[in-house]
Design a protein around this ligand. Structure first.
Ligand SMILES: O=C([O-])CC(=O)C(=O)O
Ligand SMILES: [Mg+2]
Length: 223
């Protein structure tokens, strides 16, 4: 049997683990307290969308937000991974968007309910091509940016993460087993905002990769 190539991790059907509130300025802009431990949530692998296909506003939302994030692709499975060997579990990276139905998330927060409807819908995880580990020697030293219709909305350095990539790998692996092909979204810097049907989103990791997506709208089906 031929070995699957982790460079096409989005085809593997593995989990997407997301970290929230990992940049102080973003936590503040949404009036959230700074976390003392990572805030975790999941997206299903059906959330993936690649360049060439549109990001769809869910039919039940009227305030879809962009969040540009550094994604970490797991290359070696593990449980209870110590921080000191955490980077051995990284195969590479991907530029990711954590698309968020902010109106729905606000309702979930107010009711104390999980964020699934706000975060896990189809096309909620646009991803770039795989970036081999060697191209990003230090995951705390990359500059993320995002533009909507050519206007810069987000620009921030991963140097400002509250919890580092090795810390996150260790922390997550004490909650759930990490598997080859899993993706960890490490949180968004400040500047999140709304996107609308027909908008064009461009995002990048300075000097490494960029990607472009169009926004469409999911049709509501009434059975
Ligand atoms: O929805 C939020 O604000 C939490 C989150 O994903 C992030 O900080 O990246
Ligand atoms: Mg996020």
């Amino acid at each position: 049997m031929s070995r699957r190539n982790v460079a096409r991790f989005w085809e593997w059907g593995r989990k997407i683990i997301c970290v929230g509130r990992n940049y102080a300025e973003h936590a503040r802009e949404l009036k959230n307290e700074l976390p003392t431990e990572p805030v975790l949530f999941l997206k299903p692998p059906t959330a993936y969308v690649k360049e060439g296909s549109p990001i769809l506003v869910p039919h039940y939302s009227s305030n879809l937000h962009h969040e540009v994030e550094l994604g970490v692709v797991v290359g070696k499975a593990g449980r209870q991974i110590p921080q000191t060997s955490a980077m051995e579990h990284v195969a590479g990276y991907a530029l990711c968007l954590d698309m968020t139905a902010r109106d729905v998330q606000d309702q979930c927060k107010a009711k104390g309910l999980p964020w699934t409807l706000a975060k896990a819908f189809d096309t909620s995880c646009p991803v770039s091509d795989f970036i081999p580990k060697e191209r990003i020697p230090d995951p705390a030293g990359v500059e993320l940016w995002l533009k909507v219709n050519s206007v810069t909305r987000q620009r921030g350095s991963t140097a400002h993460m509250i919890f580092s990539v090795p810390f996150l790998i260790s922390y997550i692996s004490r909650v759930m087993a990490l598997e080859e092909g899993d993706l960890i979204l490490t949180g968004t810097p400040k500047g999140v905002g709304a996107v609308h049907e027909h908008d064009e989103l461009q995002a990048g990791i300075e000097g490494v990769i960029s990607m472009t997506f169009r926004v469409g709208r999911q049709a509501a089906v009434h059975n």
